[in-house]
Ligand binder design. Structure first.
Ligand code: SF4
Length: 169
């Protein structure tokens, strides 16, 4: 497998706040090229980090967690659109919602059509993450186009878990 075919991830974890009203199984895909200044997840920059997430291993994770989750969340992975779309299609076929957190401003329609939720925009420390009213980052319901940042700001006194502000990126 060539380097540019890597679709590696860190071991997934269940997260509660990154997608409002959903319990998500979160996969951090390595090989991020956005290179945000102040990124606190620089281990995600290296495509060799983590383990290959094949469709089979993805299904195995879903089998393990399916009774606990309502959504699958990807931190990155848009740089491998084909591999990501395959996972999104699988998640949908299991009746799960899907979300992508990207540091890019725009995500290709071929990916978006398999998403329920999408966070876009790089991490900018002076503006803050989704829990900041000044944030450059946008969280949307992809189906309706509705911007949902207010759902994060409302709970501003509860700091979002590390993943959102940094990975997220
Ligand atoms: S903050 Fe997120 S999008 Fe930005 S470089 Fe780090 S991992 Fe990539």
């Amino acid at each position: 497998m060539g380097l540019n075919m890597k679709f590696n991830c860190l071991p997934p974890s269940i997260v509660f706040q990154e997608v409002p009203n959903e319990i998500s199984l979160c996969f951090s895909i390595t090989g991020c090229k956005v290179a945000c200044t102040g990124c606190h997840s620089t281990e995600l920059w290296h495509a060799n980090h983590g383990n290959h997430l094949s469709n089979t291993s993805f299904r195995n994770w879903l089998t393990k967690y399916q009774n606990l989750i309502s959504c699958v969340l990807f931190f990155g992975g848009e740089w491998q659109a084909k591999a990501l779309i395959e996972k999104l299609r699988i998640a949908k076929s299991w009746g799960l919602k899907t979300c992508l957190y990207s540091g890019e401003k725009h995500i290709d329609i071929s990916i978006c059509e398999h998403l329920n939720f999408l966070k876009t925009g790089p991490w900018q420390s002076t503006l803050g993450g989704l829990d900041s009213i000044d944030s450059n980052q946008v969280f949307r319901n992809v189906q309706t186009g509705e911007k949902l940042n207010h759902l994060f700001i409302k709970n501003n006194h509860h700091h979002l878990s590390k993943g959102v502000n940094h990975v997220a990126a």
